[in-house]
Design a protein around this ligand. Sequence first.
Ligand SMILES: NC(=O)N[C@@H](CC(=O)O)C(=O)O
Ligand SMILES: [Zn+2]
Ligand SMILES: [Zn+2]
Length: 347
Amino acid sequence: MSEVQKIIIKKPDDWHLHLRDEEMLKGVLPYSSKDYARAIIMPNLMPPLKKLADIIEYKKRLLSAIPSNDNFTPLMTTYLSDDTDVNDIIHGYQNGVLKAVKLYPAHATTNSAHGVSSINNVLPVLEAMQKQGIPLLIHGEVTDKAVDVFDREAKFIDKTLIPLMKKLPELKIVLEHATTKEAAEFVMEGPANLAATVTPQHILLNRNALFQGGLKPHNYCLPILKRDVHRVKLMQAVTSGCDRFFLGTDSAPHEKNRKEAACGCAGTFNAPVALSVYAHVFEQANALDKLEAFTSINGAKFYQLPINQDTVTLVKKKYKVEEVIYIPGVGDIVPFLAGEELNWSVE
Ligand SMILES: NC(=O)N[C@@H](CC(=O)O)C(=O)O
Ligand SMILES: [Zn+2]
Ligand SMILES: [Zn+2]
């Protein structure tokens, strides 16, 4: 069989994206609006987006940062905390402003200090969400310092997710940025109301990439990269035909100096390369025929949104990733796979 040189797919959506605010937002948003029709926007700003009024204002700033030739719809989320007002959420969902609610266990990741300290504190909110059909998006890692950082996702499934699903079996849940075989298997075998997003880095790399030839801060994100067995299992899951896995880049820009530091930030700015990387790994897995479902169909179905009519064309044409991207008012950002050659280009 001759090698595929070109694929045309329905325009993808990014179901997990950090766009930040102000100058950073203006600098990074065009990398997403170029390749994606819609994105679920994460609410972990400083301070976090908890009030409907603030989310409406933030959405306006997002809309005004979209280049005039791009068609891009930000889908807004709110940051769940111990003091969340359930009426605000229901109101926001019913009038179409909110698409989902994000749960960060307190201190699990970047800007999560105001997250939920115990699921029990938010159970009434989650019950109301179950009733309304509002999706709960989860950063699924336990925060117990005694738990090895590589085990925190698997532990979260046992200690928090399974009990939660027993209490609220109808709650729509997305396990964000799944990174382990435990997560892949749990979602694959799970019910129709449980899904997962998968990032490009977690299906391209294993944890060796953190240490290859020296410490590599630009491959540091949370949940942290895992052993290769996990990457392989995730790859099998996303190409298995299970329609509850979908694209979520978790593109999370941080300024270069804050990554290359004694205490470096977690997060990978992968928006400029994500589609190319997904195409590459699906090709490696002989599963290019499954790419479109993952990038452009499964997520829309889960969120009960229409499938995009526009298309994007991916061509097998090598290009070199920029070493650094300068963002006025912010400084340099090092994109994921900076300086490396990729095989697929977005036309
Ligand atoms: N993934 C990351 O490593 N970082 C994200 C937060 C998150 O998604 O957990 C960020 O906001 O920088
Ligand atoms: Zn996260
Ligand atoms: Zn994220």
